[in-house]
Structure formats: C-alpha cells, structure tokens
Design a protein around this ligand. Sequence first.
Ligand code: FAD
Length: 396
Amino acid sequence: MDRYDLIVVGAGVSGLTLARRSVAHGWRTLLVEGDRRVGGCLASHRFDGAAEGFWAELAAHTAYNSYGALLELLDAAALQRLQARHKAPWRLWDGRRLQSVFARLHWPSLLASLPRLFVTDKSGFGLRGYYARVFGQPSYEGLLRHAFSAVLAQPADDFPAELLFRKKPRRKDVPRSYTLPGGLAGLAEALVTGCELRTGVPVERIERAAEGFRLHAGAEVLTCRRLGLAVPAWAAARLLAEAYPDLARRLAQIAPAEVESLAVVLPKAQLALPELAGLIGIDQDFYSAVSRDIVPDVRFRGFTFHFRPSRLTQDEKLERIARVLDVDPTAMVAVAERTSRLPALKAGHAAWVAAVDRILAGQPLALSGNYFYGVSLGDCAERSRDEFARLARSGT
Ligand SMILES: Cc1cc2nc3c(=O)[nH]c(=O)nc-3n(C[C@H](O)[C@H](O)[C@H](O)COP(=O)(O)OP(=O)(O)OC[C@H]3O[C@@H](n4cnc5c(N)ncnc54)[C@H](O)[C@@H]3O)c2cc1C
C-alpha cells in the first residue's frame, strides 16, 4: 500500500498552504479534497452563458498584503498576477436609503470613550464588550455591530475581539488589498500547483495504525505517517472521534454559523447605483453585499449578497436584491449561489486554542483551519505555517 509522509485532508486555503509547505520540505504529500474543486471558501464563480467572462466572489473577496504566511508561498509568476483592487467606498443600507458609514457614528460618546482605546486590552473581550467600551455604546449599536457582522458574515457581538484586526507586517511589494484575474480562486489555483491532489474524495473515517494513520474514503484506504486535517472544526470532530476522542470533544464545541450567498449580474446600463465596494446591512436579512466594482468590467456589474440563514427563499432574496439595487429583477442576466459555514468563535477562545495545542503536542497530527487564529485567509495560512513547523520539528 502507498504510504505518504503527510496526507492533508481539505483543500481550502488552510490545507493548500499546509500541503504546499510539506511539498517544499521534500515530504511525499497527498492533498485530499471531498469536493470536485479545490479552494473551499476561495469560491470565485466564473459565469458562462449571457455573462460569459464575468466572475463574482461567492465567499472570500479581499486579500491583504499583511497575509505574509500566504504570500511567501506564491512564486514570482503568481505574485505578478496579484491585481490591486480599485478603490470604492462601503455604504450602509437601512432598508430605505444608502448612507455613508460615518452617518451612524455618535460623536459625543465616541470622543468621550476614545481614551479607553489606549488602556483597554482586547484579551478575553467579545467585540461588543470591547468596542462598546472604547467607541461608546451608541456607535457600537448604530454602526460597528453591523460592520463587524458584515466582515465576519455572522452575528458578531461575542466574537473574540483579539482575533479581529491583529497587527501584522505588511509586504510593501504587494498591493495593500488585491485579487487575481478571475477572482481569489486564482490563489487556490496557484497554491495547488505541484501538489499531488485527489478531488471528489470525502474522507469518512480515520484510524490510528502502527504505521501512522489509515484514512477511509468509500472503498479506498489511504495510509500516511503524519496527518494534516484542514477541514472545518465540526468535520474534524467527526473524523477524530475514534482516534483522538478528547480532541474530538473539544472540536465539537465550535459551532458553525451559516451564511447564504447569492450573486447577481446586471448590465451596467441598468444601474444608477454609484460605484461602491459593498453595502453593510443595518438590521437587514443580509449582513453585507460585496460588489465587483473593485475590478470594473465594461459590460456588467455584479453584487454578492450574504444573507442570514433560513430566512428567505431564492425568489425573496432576488426581490430584496432588486429593491436595494433599484432595478427590475428581470434585468439580472445571471445568478449563482453558495452556502458557507464559518466558525462562530466566542470570547475566551485563546484558552480553547491552548487546550487543543496541549493535546496536539508531540502528535503526528496537525490541525489547521479558520478556527484558531481568526477566520481570514491570512490567519489560516499562519496556522498552517505554525502547524507544519511543529510537525517538521517533532521528527515523528
Ligand atoms: C461569505 C464569506 C466571506 C469571506 N470573506 C473573506 C475575505 O474577504 N477575506 C478573508 O481573508 N477571508 C474571508 N472569509 C473567510 C475565509 O474565506 C475562510 O475562513 C477560509 O477560506 C477558510 O479556509 P479553510 O481552508 O480553513 O476552510 P474551507 O475553505 O472551508 O475549506 C475546507 C475544505 O475541506 C473540505 N472538506 C471538508 N470535509 C472533508 C472531508 N471529510 N474530506 C475531504 N475534504 C473535506 C471542504 O470541501 C473544503 O474544501 C470569508 C468567508 C465567507 C464564508
């Protein structure tokens, strides 16, 4: 039976970056993905038919030059393909009109609270606990909680404050915020180059064996000395129930937050809406709408609305989108949708990570994903960097 030095399960950004490091280290590596395509939440939809040649992001939409652990894995050709995002403003939508993001700040309480910014440590606070303290309750309730929910694509009050806006060095040779031709899925396409890959192979069961691990996928059994799991926390919990029950119990504590994303494409001429990067929903059925205006197209404009789960049917969503964009629904030339799940992390998460890392110490098992350092692409790549370094150091 073929035995790999490392099998990585899950080919989202976490698995891709883990596998890429392993290949560079010289380990015989296999990347196994349950879906037919790689990328996970790097989910750029490339349209055909009437909107042929146009693309829209169904999940991750922006990457930054602070994503060092990701950028260092791209070769010169991939770095050259990074494309600066066109600058456009974010606006608020309260169900009636567009507003500037500053319109909902409450300046007197903000200025009175601001000195606390310099003396309040984020550790242990949720976003509400921290930002209501340093920016004032009215600005938090009126603006920030909606903006954070838009960024995180989930209700954000209890999300750990220390995981958002972590300070990281910026690469000066890379645009501050960027995408690629055809969207961020281009990152997955660049990272997967050179990796031995199997797609459409969902791993169902994992067992420990004398030689390392045995992975069961349908009738197939894959064996490896070391294992990297880069699947969502709840999927990892199921897969590790037999081999690492303590770890599985911890992983099962991370709940999924679902978001239903729907992208629409419209002929440019049909829209009077000013150019924008996106909309933040104020008490709306959607958290945000992300625009394709950041890579202008001569024919079309595109908007991906990220809806709260299980509230609206597709027709109701389209009707809602048409109302916000002030267009007739029949003007839409193409639509695409995807449901994503993100971890609903809670204040105090650092203690959870420390407990998991204690169990992992010395094990030939790496866990990566968006449920350790934060949910951004850069956070995932950092976790993979640290987990790979641990495996390589341990000599297991
Ligand atoms: C709507 C939305 C907008 C976002 N916007 C941004 C943004 O602008 N910028 C940013 O930095 N981040 C953004 N994020 C967050 C970021 O995209 C994700 O946190 C990150 O891509 C997660 O990567 P991952 O590899 O950990 O997980 P995933 O992308 O979920 O990948 C996990 C992979 O594992 C596979 N898998 C699962 N179970 C199995 C199994 N049993 N066997 C084999 N394979 C399996 C899945 O099919 C999937 O491909 C956004 C996320 C969402 C949902």
